[in-house]
Design a protein around this ligand. Structure first.
Ligand SMILES: *Cc1c(COP(=O)(O)O)cnc(C)c1O
Length: 339
């Protein structure tokens, strides 16, 4: 353990001591129990493998200056998993069972929670899958909920720096009335080809347009979008984006700071008017956007004129991170302290 170089961890999987599991059978969820096995054994006709009955979550735990461990927005993640479950007809896990399993997984792997000030954190990955066999297209009768954790390094190793993103009009991530609003693996599968193309071309992500009109900004592959102008935080309203808990938190903080907050359709051309913009999600909190290139149209919108993160994005980022690790008071009740 003394060999973990907290500051140089990547966003990858590292084996920890335990994961925690709960099984749904005969209409009942079992009490969450730990195991040290990294494997899952299931039927080859399990619905998660064939019909995509799968949903996941992503949240983090942080070590404070006081030594305490804080989990950020535990309940919100539990509720979102329920919403995802309804979306692909899986059994809903009670909020209390989700909370119990996550807290248990964090406690049992306490030695993997990075120290305060390292910039690293403990990433928590809850997963829910349909496990019983079906060949016809029908939901499973049995489900497995598993929570594993893995320490992850600071997202910005070279500082809080803006990166370019690309619009590729020949790809969609999710349909307007499809599964974009729920956190299912299928949306990620659908984003891999465009994402890989973007990374190879030097972009940090793809910024998707609404699939129907190709007119409004939707979100990035794994992160929501926001723009800032005239002291206003503006984020897309759309029926195909995932309700990011980070975005929701930032909207609240922007309001607390006296900014205006707007959730509405954002036409692509409005990019030209933003003073700041960013991608938001649990992994980075905010990843500032340098420039948006609409490849097919040959247009380029420069957001950051000097190559640095803007002042309001920086302020929002610092504020959220301070609440997460307990440096600032948790006035909205977002943090669960692991006792
Ligand atoms: C998970 C996810 C996000 C970010 O959500 P957070 O709750 O902020 O981590 C954004 N977009 C998509 C598509 C996601 O799956």
């Amino acid at each position: 353990m003394s060999t973990i170089d907290w500051g140089n961890l990547s966003f990858g999987y590292m084996k920890t001591d335990y994961n925690v599991r709960s099984y749904y059978k005969d209409g009942q969820w079992s009490t969450p129990k730990e195991t040290d096995s990294e494997e899952i054994t299931m039927h080859m006709a399990a619905t998660c493998l064939h019909y995509g009955q799968e949903a996941f979550e992503g949240l983090k735990a942080f070590r404070g200056k006081d030594g305490k461990i804080r989990i950020f927005r535990l309940r919100e993640n539990a509720l979102r998993l329920q919403s995802s479950s309804r979306g692909v007809m899986m059994a809903e896990l009670p909020v209390e069972t989700f909370e119990e399993a996550v807290i248990k997984a964090v406690k049992l792997n306490e030695r993997f929670v990075p120290p305060y000030g390292s910039g690293a954190s403990l990433y928590i990955r809850p997963l829910l899958i349909g496990t019983s066999a079906q060949v016809g297209v029908k939901p499973a009768a049995e489900y497995l909920f598993v929570v594993f954790v893995t320490p992850v390094g600071p997202y910005f190793k070279e500082g809080f720096k803006p990166t370019p993103v690309a619009i590729y009009r020949e790809y969609d991530r999710a349909a307007p009335l499809g599964t974009g609003t729920i956190k299912v693996g299928g949306n990620y599968a659908a984003s891999l080809v465009a994402g890989d193309k973007a990374h190879k071309a030097g972009y940090s992500a793809v910024l998707y347009l609404d699939a129907k009109e190709k007119k409004y900004l939707d979100e990035c592959g794994p992160a929501n979008f926001f723009g800032i102008k005239n002291n206003t935080y503006i984020t897309p309203q759309s029926s195909s984006i995932l309700p990011s808990i980070t975005n929701k938190s930032l909207m609240q903080l922007a309001e607390d700071m006296g900014m205006k907050v707007e959730r509405r359709q954002i036409p692509e051309e409005e990019l030209a008017t933003f003073e700041e913009a960013g991608q938001v999600g649990t992994a980075a909190v905010i990843s500032p956007i340098l420039r948006v290139d609409d490849i097919a149209e040959g247009k380029s919108y420069v957001i950051s004129k000097d190559g640095n993160a803007g002042p309001l994005s920086t302020k929002l980022y610092n504020k959220l991170r301070a609440i997460q690790c307990g440096d600032e008071p948790d006035t909205h009740g977002w943090v669960t302290i692991v006792e």
